[in-house]
Ligand binder design. Structure first.
Ligand SMILES: [Zn+2]
Length: 104
């Protein structure tokens, strides 16, 4: 009889232990998810809109509020672009393209 009680106690503690372990795993998993979400946020918005002097990407006309992937300095201005391709397009003829940038 004493042995049976001991076995059931051991079983109960094993169940509790395994429950605790699975909870730890669940917590670790959610922490990983938070880290990934934070990384996504940083890659999505590389440059803040307040850092640039233009309202629109001069090459494609997209508002900089939609997301800035690249910037360039031109005549003491910081210009934001939706992509490196747009920046390169601007730099081919910056004097003409600047008119489309809608400076703040
Ligand atoms: Zn663009």
């Amino acid at each position: 009889m004493k042995i049976q009680i001991t076995i059931s106690l051991v079983m109960a503690s094993l169940v509790l232990f395994s429950c605790g372990t699975s909870n730890d795993k669940a917590n670790a998993g959610s922490a990983d998810t938070n880290q990934v979400a934070a990384m996504d946020t940083t890659t999505e918005k590389t440059y803040a809109v307040s850092l640039v002097n233009n309202k629109k990407d001069p090459s494609c006309g997209m508002p900089v509020t939609a997301g800035i992937s690249d910037t360039t300095h031109y005549e003491n201005l910081v210009l934001g672009f939706c992509s490196t391709e747009c920046k390169n397009e601007f730099l081919k003829n910056p004097k003409v393209n600047l008119a489309a940038a809608e400076l703040k």
